[in-house]
Ligand binder design. Structure first.
Ligand code: PLP
Length: 400
């Protein structure tokens, strides 16, 4: 038996598959040159933040106010929360105030705070497959029990019958991530309406609230012809976990928020429990400077046109080559069915051509792969002939 908690030692020793591929890519780049490694493994935005981000940082620093680098309130600077609440009120047509908001160290911390705040012993949290690899760890390590719900594999929208079957009297919350990492799917308004109706019916049946935790780092990353509905408009008991990592291309700055609207059941207790969870986890006071930047730049996005270009090239190109792919409605991910049952073997074969992307086993979807196309378009253009070689090797039926 180890002197240390075995689960923590294992968690820290076992690498996340995307990061493992990334590390391999960096080593390989030393051998063959970075330009010859086509790495589609990580969801690291490839475009610069909008100019307003740097302008705001400069203005804030030039003002040289003594408190810009000081501790803020645990839940975030009051003025920044007021400005953010005003922005959300304008954008989503619902009324929000400063005390509905808790600034967090990205969506990851927001999710952990929500799980920690809600989980009583034995409580279940429903995860809609495929889902962000860390959910399982975040739920377990914050006192909950994850329950995986399979998707409708034809559309990668949630399977509502499977969802209904998974809800029990122990269900505390459902986690929804739309636009979705890794599938790129945006849940339709009909799906969300049906999901909200189901949750309301089940909450009434069991006599307690079932919360919806909406994990939204990709909210603004939506392609032409798609829209991402605002979940609190459909379901009162929604806690929004947002992050500026992808929309403003600021993943390293670690800034996001939790929004607990006034209609959320047991609102005061939920907000207090989130503050308590932030305290217990040591997450109080998200980065001071970036709280102000986020408040000033909320609703802006980096120039996302390259993602649309890459998405069109990849989706059309791969479909033409005979691959089965899910049409991305948002994010910068494309979900590709492995041409052989073991997606690990397919990814390894692609790796032989220095084309790198992870299998989706860790996203609770074996047999599929995720291609993160947040790269330059030249990389996508150079990847397609390699996909063509692979398609020939697997005898895929190319389309005219
Ligand atoms: N949730 C999803 C679905 C993600 O894809 C990510 C990051 O890629 C996160 C949460 C964590 O985001 P953050 O960088 O804001 O912690």
């Amino acid at each position: 038996m180890s002197y240390l908690p075995e689960n923590m030692v294992q968690l820290g020793s076992r690498r996340n598959v995307m990061r493992e591929i990334r590390e391999y890519g960096l080593l390989r780049a030393r051998e063959v040159g970075a330009e010859n490694v086509l790495d589609f493994s990580l969801g690291n935005p490839s475009v610069l933040p909008p100019a307003q981000v740097n302008d705001t940082i400069r203005e804030l620093l030039q003002a040289r106010e003594a408190d810009i680098h000081a501790y803020t309130s645990a839940q975030g600077d009051l003025e920044a929360r007021e400005a953010l609440a005003a922005s959300l009120t304008r954008r989503f047509g619902m009324s929000y105030k400063a005390d509905d908001l808790y600034f967090t160290v990205g969506a990851a911390a927001g999710l952990c705070c929500c799980f920690r705040a809600l989980a009583c012993s034995g409580d279940e949290f429903l995860l809609l497959a495929p889902y962000f690899t860390e959910y399982d760890i975040f739920v377990r390590e914050n006192g909950g029990t994850p329950v995986v719900v399979p998707p409708d594999y034809a559309t990668f929208q949630p399977d509502l019958q499977a969802l209904e079957a998974a809800i029990t009297h122990r269900t505390k919350a459902l986690v929804v991530n739309s636009p979705n990492n890794p599938s790129g799917v945006v849940y339709s308004a009909e799906t969300i309406q049906a999901m909200a109706d189901l949750l309301r019916r089940k909450a009434a049946e069991y006599g307690h609230p079932i919360y919806l935790i909406s994990d939204e780092p990709y909210r603004e990353l939506v392609f032409a012809g798609f829209t991402a509905p605002w979940l609190p408009a459909y379901y009162d008991d929604t806690l929004v976990c947002y992050s500026y990592s992808k929309s403003l291309s600021l993943p390293g700055e670690r800034i996001g928020y939790i929004l607990v609207g006034e209609k959320v059941a047991l609102r005061q207790e939920v907000y207090a429990a989130i503050c308590g969870a932030g305290r217990a986890l040591g997450y109080v006071n998200a980065p001071s400077l970036f709280q102000r930047v986020a408040a000033a730049c909320d609703g802006l996005t980096a120039d996302l046109t390259v993602y649309q270009t890459n998405r069109d090239l990849l989706y059309q190109g791969l479909t033409r080559l005979g691959y089965t792919c899910v049409e991305p409605g948002g994010t910068f991910y494309l979900f590709l069915k492995s041409p052989e049952p073991d997606a690990n073997a397919f990814c390894k074969r692609a790796q032989g051509y220095d084309l790198l992307f992870p299998p989706a086993d860790d996203f609770a979807c074996p047999g599929w792969c995720r291609i993160a196309f947040c790269t330059g378009t030249d990389k996508v253009e150079r990847a397609l002939p390699i996909f063509e070689n692979l398609a020939r090797e697997y005898g895929l039926p190319a389309q005219a």
